[in-house]
Design a protein around this ligand. Sequence first.
Ligand code: MD6
Ligand code: FE
Length: 194
Amino acid sequence: MVLRGRAHDLASELVADIAGIAAAAPFHHQITPGGKPMSAAMTNCGALGWITDARGYRYAGTDPQTGRSWPPMPTLFEGLARDAAAEAGFPDFRPDACLVNRYVPGARMSLHQDRDEADFTQPIVSVSIGLPAIFLWGGQARADRPRRVPLLHGDVVVWGGPDRLVFHGVHPLGEGTHPLTGAVRYNLTFRRAG
Ligand code: MD6
Ligand code: FE
């Protein structure tokens, strides 16, 4: 379910919170198990954070870059994620992890499933801020041809239930500047990881 513009009025506060998170846990281009740096830079907040390295994909309670716990999830983030999930039919969502992705023009994310979480009955809530992206919404098999869904500043997506494991990705970001973020798209994804 796409909740168009649901985070629009919170966006400047969200960006300020992202800056606070990045001051404690800097954005970093993580390395995939295949040995390549990801084109989106990432950080996390909350009890758990999503990481990747030569050993694989997983959640961890500490930031490998700093050796410290991830910064706490801001109240504003958690409230937004819980309210959006409830509106989409998931009243019990209590996220313990928020992955923050930062894209610049040309950055992308190849088709993947989100399957590193403990409980697939829990949904994922995704918040887009800044430059627009074309989200690739695929099917249950990697080979299914994805639909192209524009995700704009302030859009919130909730997905779960039978769609929880669909393949998805982000088309290479186009050039542009956004009044709030400059030449950047942020995406927050909230999960119940543990
Ligand atoms: C992005 N999002 O929008 C990447 N995954 O930048 C994801 O990979 C994603 O938006 C699971 C659920 C929602 C998402
Ligand atoms: Fe994903």
